[in-house]
Design a binder for this molecule. Structure first.
Ligand SMILES: *[C@@H]1O[C@H](CO)[C@@H](O)[C@H](O)[C@H]1NC(C)=O
Ligand SMILES: *[C@@H]1O[C@H](CO)[C@@H](O)[C@H](O)[C@H]1NC(C)=O
Length: 284
């Protein structure tokens, strides 16, 4: 996995996990800052090639006339693919519909002629952001966007700063300024900024300890046409089954569960339909 990340198309991917845990009382005070935890900022360096583009893909319904009855129309799903050109266009705001497929793609193609890319798969439940009319918002303007793609610059290393909290009205780092210049993001060294979060309203079951299952957000970098085939095919710890080896315990532990010391002894599974359970002949 580390190797896959290292191979990423993005030279610098700074991923901001704005893991926002907004406690109800803080919401009542009206300050969005809540508990904003930046879990991880990753920089991923690619070995070669920085000419990347940002593409979106989704499905949309289009109104087409039916070939066999041209005067009749139907809404038909169609694949939408688009390459975004500028930083402003690629700043996907929290309150807008976001395309489901987001790709950082290279001009290079894989063996099948598709652009090699990494897909950003974001899962987030961040909710509303502090209205921009509030002067304090500038210190957390990164949260305006679910995903923002910018051209890499040495002066744009972080989406926020520790010092923002000292003067939130004129913050040391105002992320929205990175996008304001609306630079081209075509054939550039691209940076993806991803905001993820969720709302945690304290409830009785948080005591004595808060269950973390299901509380989360994040982003997965998935190769998409980056390789020529599933790279796990060359994984060194693969297990190979040959026809006829299904019952052998050597590789398949499920085949010999009964031999495990702690497993219960179960009767062989049998099935006789609904015999003796339902009498269909009585249903008249
Ligand atoms: C599709 O286009 C036809 C012809 O323009 C129009 O009559 C019809 O209302 C459209 N259907 C939808 C769902 O927009
Ligand atoms: C950003 O640049 C593009 C291309 O030059 C332009 O079409 C677009 O209107 C600009 N957006 C803003 C908000 O200035």
């Amino acid at each position: 996995m580390v190797e896959q990340i290292m191979n990423s198309l993005v030279k610098w991917v700074l991923i901001l996990f704005g893991l926002v845990s907004i406690l109800l009382n803080i919401v009542l005070v009206g300050i969005y800052s809540g508990r904003v935890r930046r879990c991880s900022v990753q920089r991923v360096r690619v070995l070669k090639g920085v000419e990347n583009v940002f593409q979106i893909k989704d499905m949309e319904f289009v109104n087409v006339s039916l070939p066999w009855m041209p005067d009749q129309h139907a809404m038909v799903p169609q694949l939408l693919e688009k390459q975004l050109q500028t930083e402003q266009e690629a700043a996907l705001r929290y309150d807008t519909k976001t395309p489901r497929y987001l790709h950082i793609a290279s001009k290079k193609t894989n063996r099948w002629g598709h652009q090699r890319s990494y897909k950003l798969q974001v899962f987030s439940f961040a909710g509303d952001h502090l209205p921009e009319s509030q002067a304090e918002e500038r210190s957390m303007s990164w949260a305006r966007y679910k995903v923002a793609i910018t051209k890499h610059k040495d002066s744009e290393q972080t989406s926020s700063s520790l010092y923002n909290q000292n003067d939130i009205w004129t913050p040391a780092v105002d992320f929205s300024k990175y996008i304001e210049d609306n630079e081209s993001i075509e054939d550039q060294d691209l940076v993806a900024w991803v905001t993820t979060g969720f709302l945690h309203i304290p409830h009785a079951e948080d005591i004595p300890n808060t269950v973390t299952v299901g509380n989360g957000g994040g982003v997965i970098l998935r190769p998409h046409n980056y390789f020529d085939e599933d790279p796990s095919i060359s994984s060194t710890d693969s297990v190979y089954f040959n026809p006829g080896a299904e019952d052998s315990c050597e590789n398949n532990r499920m085949a010999c569960l009964a031999h495990e010391t702690c497993s219960p002894t179960l009767e062989t599974f049998t099935y006789h339909g609904f015999d003796g359970v339902m009498k269909f002949e009585d249903w008249k």
